[in-house]
Write a protein that binds this ligand. Sequence first.
Ligand SMILES: [Zn+2]
Length: 205
Amino acid sequence: MIRYKCNICGAEMESPDSAEGQKEVCPNCKEPRRVPKNPSPRQSKSRSKILPIIVALSVVVVVVGFLFAIKLARRSEREQERTQKQSEQFVEMHSERAKLTQELKDMQAGHPSVPPKGKTVVEAWLEAQRIGESGNKYWCDREAKASLFAVRSWEILKDTEDGKRKTVTVRIDSSTKGGFRTTNIWKITLVYENKRWGIYSINSM
Ligand SMILES: [Zn+2]
C-alpha cells in the first residue's frame, strides 16, 4: 500500500501499489490528484542495513586510532627517557672534565682563590709529556725541571695537602733512558709561588 496525504486538504490517504502515478479523486475534498510513487522499500531497507555497518566501522577506526596513539606515545616516552639518560651521562662526564680544565685555567691565570688540587697540576704535566711536550710550565720557576721518557699512562694514588705544600703520589708508566718500559711510583711535591701552584720536586719511591 501507498500511504500519503492529499496535497489539497491534507487528508490521510491509502492506495494500492498498482495505483502508483495514477489520477484519483480525493474522497474528502473531491479534488483530483496523482498518487505519489511508492518510496522504494529496497532503498530504505539497504539504508537501514548500511547505517550499523558505518557505525561499527567508525568505532573500529576510532579504537584502532586510539591504540595506535597510545603505542606512539609510549614509544616516544621511552625514547625521551633514553635521550634524557644519555644527556645526563654526557653532562656528568663533561662537567668533571670542565672542572679540571677550569682549575687549571685558574691556576695559570693566577687566581689562588680556587687553588687546584695537586693532582690537577700533575695530570696536566703528565698529559703534556704524553703528547710530546716538555710540561715545563707546570713547574716552579726556580727549580731544575725534570721530565720523564715516553709517558704512556699513570694513576694517582694519593693527593694530600700539608700547609703550603701539596704532595701527589702517582704510579707512572714510562720508559728508561735506554728505552725500556718501566713503571715507577713517584712522589711529586708542589708549592705555591708567584700566584700559582707549581711542581717543586719529583722523587722515586
Ligand atoms: Zn482532498
